[in-house]
Design a protein around this ligand. Sequence first.
Ligand SMILES: [Zn+2]
Length: 73
Amino acid sequence: MKLLNLLLLSASLTFAVSCTNQSPETKKEQATKADQQIKKYECPHHCIAGKTYDNPGKCPVCSRTLAELEIKR
Ligand SMILES: [Zn+2]
């Protein structure tokens, strides 16, 4: 059981490292291909706590440009 946990941990670590090494363009392509990353947008000032938006745009409260979030399934 402990060994399995270690394997899972090292696998997720490898995944995280390979993700951070990629350029934004590569990430975008992968998202389109695999459809495993959902793009969400959020007010950088968190005007509405926990509120995310499906499309880029501006916060309806403070009119600031929404920041992109990446949510992995
Ligand atoms: Zn806002």
